[in-house]
Design a protein around this ligand. Structure first.
Ligand code: ARG
Ligand code: ZN
Length: 461
């Protein structure tokens, strides 16, 4: 570089660029402790994307002890001298980045990792964490338990919204989706059920190892590794979907007639929403009544008891809405729960039950003082409200109002376009509104503002 040019450049440059130019270290880049979610500020992390999780777990159902090894394959989205994982409770016994030991410290739910040398922007790297201890669930802002929840014969494992970090180190926010391998060893006689397809099952010296593979991208909160004494049933549907049902014997009688309907429910949902997004399907029916909820764990929902048919319809609707099409922010939770609830209404309507209009009318009849109108579903206000009635019921009412405004043809086109256009990715409320306007050719801004954002009971549509 000619001397004159160089001098000019140095004169106009910033102190940081000047330091770089003079050969000093580039500024430290430390990722960020959260993905920027206003409801869960520490959930997820900035600075990298995890492409794959390889989790090897051994669970001793007697003592409740978990031994784990997690290998994350990730890519730096910026230069990183340090980065965070979400991990809480268990003891970390080793941590390497690539082949080299890395420094780490714990700070609340943040596992702060300092690799020996900085990662370049765009660099692919692996993080290997070994850990052990007795996992415990977290208590969510709404008071419910979430994560690794020990049961009398194993563990009920569900992670919405925060619990994944109680059993593996993760980039724990739905903005980051990854494929997964699970290798889970449990005492012989117990079954470990994770997501996706069962690759193998081997018993050696009184322990059985289950290997599961989830190939389609999955948010960490949808991972499971539920362990129990289960009756197992496996078959492949006419459409080639691999079904695996695991049922606690105490729930078997009540769940049998409902689980039998799974293939027809998936077929019905596929007609409405487009092809089922995953290679695998099924149900995990545990006996864990203290949990109080079911979760749409990807490819195979987990139920804390025998589900009724509506619940089965609901959790499987989430496979399209929530699992394949994921949130970018927990504030948009109505895109999951409103859609899954409206699917329940549609199922009833098309199977000899109440029409969706009738369900809507019955809810609309509730007085303005009812909890249904406590907050608008597009703006729950905090993480304590994301599973509140307005999200589910008024969220579904929003879709019904949309259907009424645009007609059935456009409405179902919108749902299919949403599922296919954002398949394996993400969607926001604004994008959904945009799509609905584009497909219907109608100005729907008033409708969405009224139903999603306006506090109190809306005026009749
Ligand atoms: N998404 C689940 C459902 O649709 C609810 C999960 C509730 N989780 C919780 N931590 N409260 O039924
Ligand atoms: Zn739901």
């Amino acid at each position: 570089m000619p001397k004159a040019v160089r001098r000019t450049f140095v004169l106009v440059t910033t102190p940081v660029a000047l330091a770089a130019l003079l050969g000093a270290a580039a500024p430290a880049s430390t990722g960020s402790p959260g993905a920027g979610d206003p409801y869960f500020p520490l959930a997820g992390n900035g600075g990298y994307h995890v492409g794959h999780y390889d989790l090897t777990l051994r669970y001793d159902t007697g003592s409740g002890r978990l031994d784990g090894k997690a290998v994350l394959t990730a890519r730096a989205t910026e230069r990183l001298t340090r980065f965070d994982l979400d991990f809480t409770g268990l003891t970390v016994t080793g941590l390497t980045v690539g082949k080299a030991k890395a420094g780490f410290r714990r700070s609340g739910q943040e596992l702060v990792v300092t690799p020996q040398r900085a990662l370049r922007k765009g660099e692919r790297f692996t993080v290997t964490v070994t850990y052990q201890g007795k996992p415990a669930p977290v208590t969510d802002p709404d008071g419910s338990l979430d994560g690794w929840i020990a049961t009398d014969d194993g563990a009920f494992v569900a992670g919405e919204p925060q619990g994944a970090m109680t059993w593996f180190p993760a980039n724990n926010h739905p903005t980051d989706k990854s494929s997964y391998d699970f290798t889970i060893t449990v005492p012989q006689g117990r079954t470990a059920v994770a997501n996706g397809v069962l690759f193998s099952r081997r018993t050696v010296h009184g322990r059985t190892t289950f290997r599961w593979h989830q190939s389609e991208p999955m948010a960490a909160y949808l991972a499971t590794a539920t362990v129990g004494k289960f009756k197992v049933e496996q078959f492949t549907t006419g459409n080639g979907i691999r079904v695996y049902n695991a049922v606690d014997a105490r729930e078997a009688a009540a769940s049998a007639p409902v689980l039998k309907k799974l293939p027809s429910v998936l077929e019905w949902e596929s007609k409405l929403f487009g092809p089922y997004p995953f290679r695998a399907a099924g149900s995990i029916v545990d006996h864990a009544h203290n949990v109080g909820y079911a979760l749409e764990t990807q490819s195979r929902p987990v139920y804390d008891r025998a589900p009724d048919l509506s619940t089965l319809v609901h959790e499987n609707a989430h496979q399209w809405f929530g699992d394949s099409v994921s949130l970018t922010s927990w504030k948009d939770i109505w895109l999951n729960e409103g859609f899954a609830t409206y699917t329940e209404w549609l199922y009833a309507e098309q199977h000899g039950g109440d029409s969706a209009q009738k369900t809507f009318d019955a809810l609309y009849a509730k007085p303005a003082s009812d909890g249904l109108w406590e907050f608008p579903p597009g703006n729950p206000g905090s993480g304590a409200n994301i599973f509140g009635t307005p999200v589910y019921a008024r969220g579904a009412m929003t879709l019904h109002a949309l259907r009424t405004a645009v007609g059935d043809r456009a409405f179902f086109l919108i749902l299919r376009a949403w599922a296919s256009g954002h398949r394996y990715g993400h969607g926001t409320t604004a994008q959904f509104e945009h799509l609905a306007q584009r497909v219907s050719g109608k100005d729907l801004d008033g409708l969405f503002r009224t139903w999603l954002d306006t506090p109190g009971k809306p005026n009749r549509p």
